[in-house]
Design a protein around this ligand. Sequence first.
Ligand code: FMN
Length: 332
Amino acid sequence: MADQQTKDNLNFWADLPRPFFMLAPMADVTDVAFRRIIAKYGKPDVMYTEFVSVDGLCSPQGRPKLLIDLAYSDIERPIVAQIFGSKPENFFQVAQLIKTLGFDGIDINMGCPEQSINRKQCAGAELIRHPELAAEIVAATKAGAGGLPVSIKTRIGYFQDDTATWIPALLKMQPKALIIHGRTKKDMSKVPARWSSIGRAVELARGSGVLIVGNGDVNSLAEAKAKVAEFGVDGVMIGRGIFGNPWLFTGRSGSETPLPQKLAVMVEHAYLFEELLGQHKPFAIMKKHFKAYVSDFPHARELRAGLMAVKSAAEAEVLVQRELQFKNRPTD
Ligand SMILES: Cc1cc2nc3c(=O)[nH]c(=O)nc-3n(C[C@H](O)[C@H](O)[C@H](O)COP(=O)(O)O)c2cc1C
C-alpha cells in the first residue's frame, strides 16, 4: 500500500493546472538548448524531449550518442522523455534507464509518419496498425518505469480516421494521458488537424481517468484556450507555433516582442546551442531558428540572408549588433 502511494505520488499529471499547456516534441528543434530558452522566457506546464530510439539506447554504440538527446536541466520540469521503437523488451530496459535519469514521465511515440520509422522499424504511427504490439509495448514500459507515469502520443488513425476504434484500444492500455494529434498517418501534415475527432476522443475517454490532450495547428495560447472551451480537452500541446517565439506560453504572439529583444534571445539561444550541443550536432540546426526569430520583421531581409551563412554564435552576434546599430542611427 505504501509502495502504491509512493508510486502515485510520482504522477505529475495529477498535479497540473486544468487546463494545461504543453510543448510538443520536435526532433532537431525542441532540443535541450531551445527548451532551456523556452523555460526561461515562457515556460509551458509540461515539456517533452525529442523522440529517442529505444533500439539505439539499447545498443552499446548508440547509447552514448542518444543520451545527448536525453539531457535536460531542472528548470524544464516536469519533463517527459519520449521514446519510439517496436521491441517491448527494449522499452522495458529504456523505461528503467529513464527512471534512473530522473525524468518525470515517459511518453511512447505512436504517431511518427516517417517511412524509416514506420515500415522498417514498425514503430511510430505503424503501431496504430498493430494494436496488440502497442499494448505489449505499453505494458513493458510500465513494468520498467518504476512508477513513472506513462503517456502515449498518437494520431487519429493510419489510412483513415479510426478514432472510434483506436482510442478505445488505447484507453484499455491505461496510460495516464493520451496526446492526440488530430490527423491520420496518411494525412501527414497536408490537411488541417481534425479537432472534431479529438472532441470525439474526449467523449470516449469520459470516466476512464485518462487525460486527453489535443494537438494540431494551434499557434497561440488564446487558440489553445478556445480549443479547450470548444472540445473539452484537459490540455493542449503546441509544436510549430513555438518557432521564433519562446514567449508563446506567456500568451505573446510572435510579432509582439520588439526586434532588439528577439534578437538578443536569438543570440543567447545560439550560444546555448554551442555550449550544450556544439560538440555533437551541426550548427546548421540553428538556421531554422534564425529564420523564425527574424521572420516577423520584413525589413530585416538582409539580416536573415546574412544569418544563413554564419557558422557560430559569435558570427551571428556580430550581424545582430550591426543590425541594431543601423536601426538606432539618428537618421533612421
Ligand atoms: C520538425 C518537427 C519534428 C517533430 N518531431 C516529433 C517527435 O520527435 N516526436 C513526436 O511525437 N512528434 C514530432 N513532431 C510532431 C509534433 O510534435 C506535433 O504533433 C505536430 O507538429 C502537430 O502540432 P503543431 O501543429 O502544433 O505543430 C514533429 C514535428 C515537426 C514539425
